[in-house]
Structure formats: structure tokens, C-alpha cells
Design a protein around this ligand. Sequence first.
Ligand code: GDP
Length: 311
Amino acid sequence: MEKNAKIYIAGMYGMVGSAITRNLRARGYSHLLGHSSKELDLTNQKTVFDFFQKEKPDYVFLAAARVGGIYANNSYPADFIYSNICIQTNIIHSAYIFRVRKLLFLGSSCIYPKLAEQPMDESCLLTGGLEPTNESYALAKIAGIKMCQAYNRQYHTSFISCMPTNLYGPNDNYDLMNAHVLPALIRKVHEAKVNSQPSFVVWGTGNPKREFLYVDDLAEACFVLMNEYLNDETINVGSGEEVSIKELAQTIQEVVGYKGDLVFDTTKPDGTPRKLLNGSRMRTQGWAPKITLKNGIELAYKNFLEGKIRM
Ligand code: GDP
């Protein structure tokens, strides 16, 4: 990407989009376009088409999505499949019509089968059934990957996709019912500490394992991929660091400085047992994460305390 290229970051004010924007700004890219969902409704086909017709961006980072944790995904499957299919379809098709030079579509590790062999290789896509709690979201993301590939095959576009593992960092969502586990537990542990509660609640059994990546590390991977990745097969972006939910909760307790007890609410679902990505293909692109889980949680907690949070 040339420094004066016009770059559209769909989802610029979300956690991923804002990290990509920070990364590009720090590198001296200044011609960046982005809007909030109130300013530009990406689920509306005409709105998106008109925007592309007017702006004609050179490059697109497709980081706009309706996202949420296990409770939100499980409770609002219609909203997740509808919004995500609309957003990505409108943007990918407009990118084709208005000849975007390259587009990067961001997916999720939940696209892989629930019981896929671990660590999950890119090739296990569509080899087994999905985890039911986030099936709608996963199906939308799979459609996005396949749409990019179909346009590449039929129209010779340059639309690539990457599958990040569970992300966290600045601009995360701390709403307890809609958040992912890491921000939800930061908030719960913090509130237990300031309210001098003897314990805090962790959903499920605490046994599922998850891999976490700090969002600025993902943003760096996106930059590398936009510049260098030409293959239309999707590519995993993971940290390789896998922890159980119980271990995660304990690490958050250390960072927050809270010694109370964990109480497991087993009426809440565990979701998929493990979701570790095989990140070796991304490593061959010369990328590696820089921020460890402990360090990342410290940064996220600082951001939470500074009040730069969505609840
Ligand atoms: P997932 O990775 O798609 O399953 O989504 P989440 O990040 O929402 O949840 C990951 C795991 O953390 C699941 O096993 C949840 O049951 C567990 N978990 C424990 N406490 C919480 C919590 O307070 N909020 C959320 N979202 N998940 C929690």
C-alpha cells in the first residue's frame, strides 16, 4: 500500500478497526476513511454502494461486524446472521464493482468445526459440524470467506481473508451480557474488588480453553497481509497461547489485585471445548505477536480504568 493510498476501514470505531487505524496512522498513512454505524448503515445496500461510488477507496479492511460473546451469540442468532451477511455482502460486492485493489476480510476462529483437531489448521474448514452457540455468526463468516474466493475466481479480484483468534484490547465491549469472556471478567473482578465482594461469578465450568491475542498484534498482522499475502485461502492469526477459562480468571485476579473466590455458574454454557489455531502459516509471513497475555491484560485493565470503554 502506497502512503497516499485511500484506505477504507469498515468498522473504524470498533475494537479491531480502531487498532488497524492506529497501526496505519503510526506508519504515516493519512488518507483513511471510516464511519460509525450511525453515520453509515452498512446493512443498507444502497448506502454502501453510494459510499463506494463517491469515495472509490483503493484498499478495504473489512472489520465491521456484529460481534459478541457466548450469551449474545446464543440469544440473538437472527441478528448475528442477518447483520453480518448484509454488511459483508454489501461491502465485498461494492469493492468488486468499484474496483478496490485489495480487500481484507476479517473472520473468526469459530468458523472451524466444534470438534476439530487442535491446533486447528486452515484446511479443517467445513469438515465438521459447528459449535451451536455461535453457529449463526460462524455461518455468516464462512459465507464471507467463500464470497471472497468466489469473486477472486470469477472476477479476478484480490480479496483475502484472515481468521483471528479471540481478541481483546482497547475499545473492547464491557457490557456483561454482550461481552466476550476476557473483558467481562476484567469488569467482574474489578467490581468485586471495589465493592469488597467475597467472590465473583465465572460462567460455565472454567474448563474450556481459549487462545487470546491482543488487538494491536492483530492489526500488525493485517498490515502484513494487506501488503504481502496473495493466496485466497484464508490464514489464521493466533498467539499460540492457550489457557483455560479458570486460568484466565486467575490471571485477571492477579492483574486487578483481587484475592476473592471464583464461583462457577454451570447453568451457563461452556461453548466449544477448545479453539486453538494453528498459526504456522502466518508465522511464515514474518509476523509474530509481541504482547503476552499477562502484559495485554495489564494494558486492557489500564484502558478500562481510564474509562475508554463501551458498556
Ligand atoms: P466463545 O469463545 O465464543 O465461547 O465466547 P466467550 O468469550 O463469550 O466465552 C468463552 C468462555 O468463557 C465460555 O466457556 C464462557 O462460558 C466462559 N465465560 C466465563 N465467564 C464468562 C463471562 O462472564 N462472560 C462471557 N462472555 N463468557 C464467560
